[in-house]
Design a protein around this ligand. Sequence first.
Ligand code: FES
Length: 169
Amino acid sequence: MEKANLSEGNRRDFLIKLTSVVGGAGVVATCVPFVASMNPSSDVLAKAETEVDLSGITPGTMHTIAWQGKPVFIVQRTPEQIKAAEASNGGIDPEPDSKRVQKPEWLVVVGVCTHMGCVPNKEGPGWVCHCHGSEYDESGRVIRGPAPKNLEVPPYHFVAENKVVIGAT
Ligand code: FES
């Protein structure tokens, strides 16, 4: 009688383990495609990095490109703009110009106001955001609020003298 109970107990344990294994495999089989569907598609990944040819940008002019759905301002600065940018640390969010550029003549910043996300206009050596009046200098540093932070510098690196990839370091 006791032997039969042990076998029954073993059978129950076996069935519990088998059910757990099959159930676990089912959960994994269900989750893998679901999680995979959350990965960015190849065209989104392609836009994670944007290569920009700088050869058409002349000193003192700005080129705007789209990167990850945001505008990015690329400015070839004149020697005067570089000198002015290096002469101060900005205002509201102090930061030396040298920490914001890889090459003094090229400024690359995300063109989104750090107050509430409007796109600032290029005016004079810097930018003005007409939504609430914030101003940024020739390094993209905020010099008049209400914006609390400087324009963001995106990750980028030069792949040639006149070519930069935005979105990769
Ligand atoms: S969004 Fe630019 S100042 Fe408010």
